[in-house]
Design a protein around this ligand. Structure first.
Ligand SMILES: [Fe+2]
Length: 228
């Protein structure tokens, strides 16, 4: 509404902004206390629907990354994923990850990331962040990530789930451990329009994604970002 040529917030707008601020306060608190926070129904539904359609198009130039890195669980300078904990891989195991990555799609969705994800990442982390690595991933049969850490790569990680259809036993479940000596982990379902913010700067959080099964009826689609 305009008063004397100046824009004045209506009562409804004030309430909405208040909610948003309080909402972010609660999220930032949970994030800093727990190490991660989950937000459902993150994007306006039409934006979420559109993202899914973009991912499902035929021309996304998906490139397969099929990595095996035996040094990652070692003790040398590459041993960034190593823990002394008995329930995580030891020196005699090799790190592996398998996933599809579309760089062209990453470029295409950058405006959505800038508009919706960037402000949320700043509010939740309470950091002045500007540069982000944004990636579009697809996981189908056999795709997975073995356990790793991202504390050395970023302050805040963000994982957003794109596809509407998924079920628990198709695999592709993110598992998060709080502290590297844990004997239990938290499974996080890749639910449509869900985002997870992970505090890599404040916590050392081991995480992995279980193998996608042969009987998964469609691939698991996600958007990932790490601040640079
Ligand atoms: Fe990660």
């Amino acid at each position: 509404m305009l008063i004397d040529g100046k824009r004045v917030l209506t009562r409804v707008e004030r309430v909405e902004i208040g909610l948003m601020k309080n909402g972010y306060n609660a999220l930032a608190k949970e994030y800093s206390e727990k190490g991660f926070v989950i937000v459902d129904d993150f994007l306006p539904i039409e934006i979420a629907d559109n993202l899914e359609s973009l991912y499902l198009r035929g021309n996304n130039e998906w490139e397969l990354n099929d990595q095996i890195r035996d040094q990652k669980y070692g003790k040398g300078k590459h041993g960034l994923f190593r823990t002394e904990a008995p329930y995580f891989p030891g020196e005699d195991e090799a790190y592996s990850a398998k996933f599809w990555w579309s760089k062209s799609l990453g470029e295409e969705i950058k405006s959505v990331f800038d508009e919706y994800f960037k402000p949320a990442l700043k509010e939740v982390s309470r950091l002045e962040l500007s540069e982000f690595d944004v990636r579009c991933y697809k996981l189908d049969k056999g795709c997975h990530y073995r356990v790793h850490f991202d504390y050395w790569a970023a302050n805040i990680g963000c994982i957003y789930y794109v596809n509407k259809k998924w079920v628990w036993d198709w695999g592709g479940i993110l598992h998060v451990g709080l502290g590297d000596s844990v004997d239990s982990v938290t499974p996080i379902f890749p639910k449509f329009n869900r985002v997870i913010f992970v505090d890599h700067g404040g916590f050392r959080i081991p995480h992995f994604i279980s193998h996608v099964t042969d009987y998964a009826q469609n691939p698991r689609l996600s958007l990932i970002s790490l601040n640079k």
